[in-house]
Ligand binder design. Sequence first.
Ligand SMILES: *[C@@H]1O[C@H](CO)[C@@H](O)[C@H](O)[C@H]1NC(C)=O
Ligand SMILES: *[C@@H]1O[C@H](CO)[C@@H](O)[C@H](O)[C@H]1NC(C)=O
Length: 365
Amino acid sequence: MDEALLLFSVVVVIVAVLASLSSPSEARAFFVFGDSLVDNGNNNFLATTARADSPPYGIDTPSQQPTGRFSNGLNIPDILSEHLGAEPTLPYLSPDLQGERLLVGANFASAGIGILNDTGIQFINIIRINRQLQHFEEYQERLRAMIGQSQAQKLVNQALFLITLGGNDFVNNYYLIPFSVRSRQFSLPDYVDYILFEYKKILTRLHEMGGRRALVTGTGPLGCVPAELALRSLDGECDPELQRAASLFNSQLFQVLQELNTQFGADVFISANAFRMHMNYVTNPEAFGFTTSRIACCGQGPYNGLGLCTVASNLCEDRSKYAFWDAFHPSEKACRIVVSHFMDGSSEYMNPMNLSTILAMDAMI
Ligand SMILES: *[C@@H]1O[C@H](CO)[C@@H](O)[C@H](O)[C@H]1NC(C)=O
Ligand SMILES: *[C@@H]1O[C@H](CO)[C@@H](O)[C@H](O)[C@H]1NC(C)=O
């Protein structure tokens, strides 16, 4: 081989190696914890009734196949990944989560779970939050084995985290049935204190495990979801009791996050006011191009709010006209509205700062 050609080949190989090293780490890693609002398929691998792996879930994905996301298409973590310039994170239980793909991050969320261990017991086999954190520990071991201790630490410290918890502690626990165990045990304000006491431990553990930037969403307007309209509303108005529960929880969560940030001396936890973000399109659906924010696209009964979304359900023609995909979960279009608030929202939505600011700030370090 002539020398110039040899040199050229060597350069090509070096460039290719450098490109392969730098491409996965260009975007920061992303880790997701929580419930069905952010689960992107872990429950497919479990024996549970809380699942979204059959049609018509996923009807608006390119393959029109269900993925395990509780959406007609993408969900909030997927859209956040788009903004990070990264591919969507894989569910932690996916066999495809190996090698280079570990560098993208992982999604540990599991539909049906809450802050408390007894939330979602009716779904049988789901990954409760403590177990999600154990999975994160296992993930970090795998990452260390692949890229070494210090690089793994760096990847985790520089990552973005999203944690969405709490809604199920109301709808699938305290308010699941009249005279539930928890509602006999606690008044609403005492219950909120109790679950936030537990949530604070979870968030502290996330920080101990290396989390340095975490978006924490409060609960959405629980009283306005089609499921609760069907069960509790006579006139189509949001249920005031569930709305009160969400407001109490959200305002105290905000304080907990501020306390933790003070304790850690840094803006580790970013409070995302999901209640307000969702409430905008719930109260004024037309302004966002929806024809309704009360009736779910997929379901049956009043507001399509009863039972599960299955092939036998009513299914709307045009998903972009519906704020709710099923009885509990926003459509992809509503998820996009929420994420746009994450990115650019004022301090009433994102506190102490929005994600555009975070990405710009962290890029300078
Ligand atoms: C939930 O279960 C885990 C593990 O079994 C335990 O460590 C944790 O303290 C429990 N949480 C509550 C609130 O009881
Ligand atoms: C949020 O993001 C936008 C940029 O997209 C910025 O102009 C705005 O000032 C930010 N708001 C706050 C309160 O940080």
